[in-house]
Design a protein around this ligand. Structure first.
Ligand SMILES: O=P(O)(O)OC[C@H]1O[C@H](O[C@H]2O[C@H](CO)[C@@H](O)[C@H](O)[C@H]2O)[C@H](O)[C@@H](O)[C@@H]1O
Length: 501
């Protein structure tokens, strides 16, 4: 619709999609009102701006038009369902000062003239080329299925095993028919341990040769509710909080001055999208926020997620030190540098402090349905030299000075047959220095000249099993289909554990 004024008379003219390009309306119009309820782009808005360099007409634009993302800065954005808001915007546009009209027009005119069809075509072709490269990468990254027999046999042959388990979609029950379930029911099921895991987990937790860590993005309360009765380590919120279920309360590994002021405003944006996206949910944690559209219409959810990113980047997080992590069906906002991989050495440091190791860790299983960002936990344990096709153990030293309130652990005993110089008390070595750089990830670390490091890891290539649940493209070594397969696998490990106890 075009609004024109001539000597205090306003004329209102509806523009049909057939005729608008043929008229000169765009030139003499003072205000253009675009009220699309759903619109991929809306070309009229761009044409209007392009024609208005003399008149500096005002564009009132529906927030549901695709153009709102690029012309929103200069236009007056409205919700077309809200007629009071639309009326107010018309009033504002017609009474707008010349100065403001000029300013708003310039912003949009610059956008329209710079983002030409030529530029768009070049970008499109370059994106197309990128997809070819990405597709190739995807093919090369497809990983084999977890060799369960081998993982169980090696488990039996090792004496100090570390099992790092994700929670969501790895240890929870698979929900394949979400549309048939009610909203709250679905939400509740997200945070419930698979019922068939109770037995196997108890056996593994009671095995003196195994240490179990649940490393999850979930809140402390959700981990307490599900795992509080087991003898294990819990690392909540991607390792920002840590506790052993039998040895005390939660401790935090959060940097002291972590700024979390952005949380309320991000929550506000999430709420806006939750209201507009049926069956989407918000998970409010202490240090991060997740908007999940797992149970919503996938295509619609994806579009909403894209829109949400625009809102976030131009609004509440434009100056905050946070990262937006996009999942396949979620958007997560968390402080910069917080990943499961960056938490793992703090967790290992605490495990070593809490109970002296009898021998270095010689078997590691790391399994979860992690976000790509958190897959750094899989590579943490990889040997430094990927070309190393021998079976040389990986040794790792941990900075124990981070936890001064506890007595230092005893040096781990030597394990026969290993080729590496493990199990020795040592001063900080290049190895430990390297690990500090590798794992710091932006989270502040205590620096100390008194640093003492202990080698706690003696991992041969074949005794390391990193495994992504429900993914084929991953930086883990192996994949496994679903949480049901995880249940079967952990049951096999538990049986193996019982068979030798
Ligand atoms: O940290 P965990 O408890 O082991 O859970 C792993 C992540 O689960 C959620 O992300 C996964 O589900 C999302 C919704 O379907 C999907 O978008 C994402 O790709 C998956 O990784 C959760 O949102 C994350 O915070 C968890 O870390």
């Amino acid at each position: 619709m075009a609004l024109g004024s001539k000597e205090d008379h306003f004329s209102v003219q509806a523009i049909s999609s057939f005729s608008y390009r043929l008229t000169t309306n765009h030139f003499f119009t003072d205000v253009a009102l675009v009220t699309s309820l759903r619109d991929g782009m809306n070309l009229v808005s761009y044409e209007f701006v392009a024609c208005q360099d003399e008149k500096k007409g005002v564009l009132i634009l529906s927030e549901f038009a695709g153009a709102a993302q690029s012309l929103g800065a200069g236009a007056l954005l409205v919700n077309p369902w809200n007629i009071t808001e639309v009326a107010a915007a018309i009033g504002k546009a017609l009474n707008m000062s010349d100065e403001e009209r000029e300013k708003r027009h310039q912003i949009n005119f610059l956008h329209v003239t710079e983002h030409t069809a030529q530029e768009w075509a070049e970008f499109f072709v370059s994106e197309l080329n990128d997809t070819v490269v990405e597709a190739q990468l995807r093919i090369t990254q497809i990983r084999p299925v977890l060799p369960v027999d081998c993982a169980v046999n090696n488990f039996l042959n090792c004496s100090n095993r570390l099992l790092i388990l994700g929670f969501n979609a790895a240890l929870t029950e698979a929900i394949d028919t979400p549309c048939r379930r009610g909203g709250d029911q679905v939400k509740d099921m997200n945070f419930k341990l698979h019922p068939e895991l109770n037995g196997p987990l108890s056996v593994l937790c009671n095995d003196p040769k195994s240490t179990i860590v649940i490393l999850s993005g979930s809140r402390r309360i959700d981990l307490d509710n599900n795992f509080g009765d087991y003898d294990m380590w819990l690392a909540a919120e991607h390792g920002m909080f840590l506790r052993h279920t039998r040895r005390g309360d939660w401790m935090t590994t959060m940097p002291e001055h972590l700024n979390l002021d952005w949380i309320p405003s991000v929550y506000h944006v999430f709420e806006y999208f939750k209201e507009r996206t049926p069956r989407s949910t918000i998970e409010l944690r202490d240090t991060s926020l997740v908007w999940n559209y797992k149970y919503a219409d996938f295509e619609f959810g994806r579009l909403q997620a894209r829109d949400m990113l625009q809102h976030l980047w131009t609004g509440p997080i434009s100056n905050a030190s946070v990262e937006v992590v996009q999942g396949s069906r979620s958007v997560e906002v968390r402080p910069v540098g917080v990943t499961k991989g960056s938490a793992i050495d703090r967790i290992l440091g605490e495990i070593v402090h809490s109970k002296p190791l009898k021998s270095p860790i010689d078997y590691v299983l790391c399994i979860g349905h992690f976000l790509e960002k958190d897959e750094d936990v899989y590579t943490f344990f990889e040997p430094e030299l990927p070309s190393d096709n021998g079976n040389h153990p990986r040794t790792k030293a941990f900075d124990t000075s981070k936890f001064p309130e506890r007595p230092p652990p005893k040096p781990p005993a030597n394990r026969g047959g290993s080729k590496a110089s493990h199990g020795k008390t040592q001063r900080s070595t290049p190895n430990s220095e390297k690990m500090t750089n590798h794992s710091n990830g932006g989270v502040s670390r205590k620096q100390s000249s008194e640093k003492t490091s202990w080698n706690v890891l003696d991992l041969k290539k074949d005794d390391y099993f990193s495994c992504a649940v429900g993914r084929t493209r991953t930086s883990a070594r192996y994949t496994i289909g679903s949480s049901d397969d995880v249940v079967s696998f952990l049951t096999r490990l538990a049986e193996a554990s019982l068979s030798v106890s």
